[in-house]
Design a protein around this ligand. Sequence first.
Ligand code: SAH
Length: 343
Amino acid sequence: MNDIFAMNRADLQAFLVERGIKKFRADQILHYIYKQNVFSWHEMTLLPQGDRETLAGELPICFPVLADIQKAPDDNTVKLLLEFYDGQTVETVLMKHAYGNSVCLSSQVGCAVNCAFCASAKNGFIRNLTVGEMVLQLLAFRKYVTAGLHSVVLMGTGEPLLNYDNVLSFLRLIHEKDTFYLGYRNMTLSTSGIVPAMERLATEGLPLNLAVSLHAPNDNLRRSIMPVADTYTLKNILTACDRYFDRTGRKVTFEYILIKDLNCTLACADELRHLLGGRNILVNAIPVNDNYDVGLCRPSQKEIRRFTGYLKEHGINITLRREMGGNIQAACGQLRIKRMQKQ
Ligand code: SAH
């Protein structure tokens, strides 16, 4: 199916020419969509009436329905629940930082990876998102909230490396001048550690930021919370990360959620420093978001400080993620689950 939101300039030009529409109209159309938030052929009044009718028939614009919107009291986090043509919903979150707006996107409906702490997989994997559906998550913020976009992080629902082709086409598309013109350095892809796809990503020649969900300092503990650890060992993941750094020059970030009495003891900190020591990396510690009923709790401030302090003392570059949006259920598929429960 042809989708205007998956087309770059060349794709659109080819589509138009095949239908007897002048090539230069592509620039006008992309300008309407990406610079003026016009998402209806009939409002593109620079186009001749006949062309508008042809396009409305052959390339319908389907904008998702805004099924829910939540704003944090300080207005710095806004979460949208978008409903696509088949009734499936995805969440997407805007975070306003001093340096600009960052959008956290979903790459799939549901998730097959099934990590114990994550709400995204609770109703299983439904389907991949298309290129256009990822673009629409960004455009929805333009339309409903605000225009500026500084960075994109693929840390919403889904495992982006299990939707590899669409995700890569999407990232290449939003890099283009006629769309969002976003630098690859302003894009981050987070993965649970799908090693063959990480290897492939390293060969794409794109300076993307890679984040890896580590969450445990050894395979046994990791297997107890992330079934994907049965397939990919930490050793293989770290080798793939080293190769990613060698090839792209981009420092890899390791996400490490902190779960009380499980993975943030001093013994874990010590194991983690031996695992990562000597590498030019960053650890991003995130207290687990425990308002979804899975029996995993966040540690006390004291425990958090002890864990991060130990690693810092031993030369590991670690930051504690500034939390945004917890109070609006901005984390990890919670809004979608809530709506499904209501229905
Ligand atoms: N599948 C990818 C990207 C989506 S998850 C991945 O695993 O990296 C994005 C990040 O949110 C991951 O680091 C994930 O482990 C984390 N996350 C999931 N559930 C969480 C929770 N309840 N509290 C805190 N972080 C969570």
